[in-house]
Design a protein around this ligand. Structure first.
Ligand SMILES: NC(=O)c1ccc[n+]([C@@H]2O[C@H](COP(=O)([O-])OP(=O)(O)OC[C@H]3O[C@@H](n4cnc5c(N)ncnc54)[C@H](OP(=O)(O)O)[C@@H]3O)[C@@H](O)[C@H]2O)c1
Length: 184
């Protein structure tokens, strides 16, 4: 009796350890009965600013979760490298070169995605740059450039994407803007 309890305890411990090791860093998500990561399966997710940093990492995470991923940025070669590194179950993200500050090109980019995948479920607007400088020392022209990239481009792109999402019953738009203003 004692030996069967010990065997049960040993098997349980091995199973718990296996689940833990397989869970990446997020045991809570792994153990939920309806894994929320699954909700991205077959969703069309467009990430701007995906040639490096946070955008590239998001592209990997969404690809791994089974989403249909579109990645955008200005640097074509880097985008291709990110796309290759995201390859999952034979699928890799579709690369779409786009300078988000070229507002006139937004509609064409949106239509390219709609014609290829039929819809956009999630738009992650991540293209941008940060600037660490004192606001009072920064020329207005630079501030304007930053606002064009980190703010206006988001509004302009969303204006084309949201109507397409509405036609398909809805979607999600996420912005990752960053604007520092330090006064002293
Ligand atoms: N890192 C942080 O601590 C932090 C904190 C809060 C918010 N954020 C925001 O999160 C975003 C990503 O940050 P990150 O640290 O991952 O920066 P990053 O590595 O420099 O990535 C920025 C991305 O934006 C793209 N990009 C820049 N200008 C663009 C333009 N005109 N058109 C299209 N794409 C453009 C870049 O690609 P190309 O050069 O190939 O175009 C690149 O893929 C930024 O918007 C940043 O402001 C960052």
């Amino acid at each position: 009796m004692a030996s069967s309890s010990a065997l049960f305890a040993l098997i349980s411990s091995v199973l718990i350890l296996a689940v833990f090791l397989q869970s990446d860093c997020d045991l809570a998500l792994r153990l939920l009965p309806f894994n929320p990561i699954r909700k991205f399966e077959r969703k069309v997710v467009w990430i701007t600013g995906a040639s490096s940093g946070i955008g590239a990492s998001l592209a990997k995470a969404f690809s791994k979760s089974g989403a249909i991923v579109v990645i955008s940025a200005r640097r074509e070669k880097q985008l291709e490298e990110v796309s290759e590194s995201c390859s999952h179950n034979g699928q890799k993200p579709f690369s779409l070169v786009l300078d988000v500050t070229d507002y006139d090109s937004h509609q064409k980019a949106v239509q390219q995605i709609i014609s290829k995948f039929g819809r956009i479920d999630i738009l992650v607007m991540n293209a941008g740059r940060s600037q660490r400088a004192l606001a009072l020392d920064t020329p207005l022209s630079e501030t304007q450039e930053l606002m064009n990239l980190n703010f206006l481009s988001y509004v302009a792109l969303a204006k084309h994407v949201i109507p397409e999402m509405s036609k398909m019953g809805g979607g999600q738009v996420i912005g990752m803007p960053l604007y520092y203003a330090i006064y002293n």
